[in-house]
Design a protein around this ligand. Sequence first.
Ligand code: CA
Length: 236
Amino acid sequence: MRILIVEDESQLARHVASALTRHGHVPTIKNDGLEALQAASAQPPDLIVLDLNLPGLDGLSVLARLKQAGCPSRVLILTARNEVEHRIKGLNAGADDYLAKPFAMEELLARIEALGRRGAVAASTELLTVADLCMDVQHRRVTRGGQPVALSPREFDLLQLLMQEPGRVFSRTELCERVWQRDHEYDTRTVEIFITRLRRKVDAPAATPLIHTHRGIGYCVSDMPGAGSSSPFSKA
Ligand code: CA
């Protein structure tokens, strides 16, 4: 993959770049947010490893501007371990995943490999349909009421998993494990943020919501009214 490393700690950036090169990737480094924005706008890389605290323009602004401009690059943000707010803002702004600093190089490589996989959920030639929501899994296209819905790779994976078993409630932990290959309870907030992103794209423009929350348990996709809400009869 062509990977843009945006990191102002030069030694760390070089360290990451050489590890990526050893693993067959083609990295470039930018130490400044504004330069990174210009480089990624001119030629979007496959993936951007984006530090948030940067000279020139901060990472969140870089991310927001790229996503507003429709930049298709996947984005992994680097945050300090105590910057939970920044992680949430980053995911809300369109990042696909995050890694807290300081990190082990193996962990960064694993995250990058997971993001680079075309689909984290098994690919197939299936056409998935729930009401007027259609997913062409092979060509990774989604429409709602015939209108195309543009999803990021991880948004697509999450929706695919939910659409494969309409009506089944998936726990946040299971979604986290299967879509992000993360196994910590701590990361399930990421799932909530991606569900919100999906709702904005899939449900907001339509009359009937298809993504449902099962309070305290998880989420499902269904066209049955009241799916996912607790019913007094559900334990009968
Ligand atoms: Ca920095």
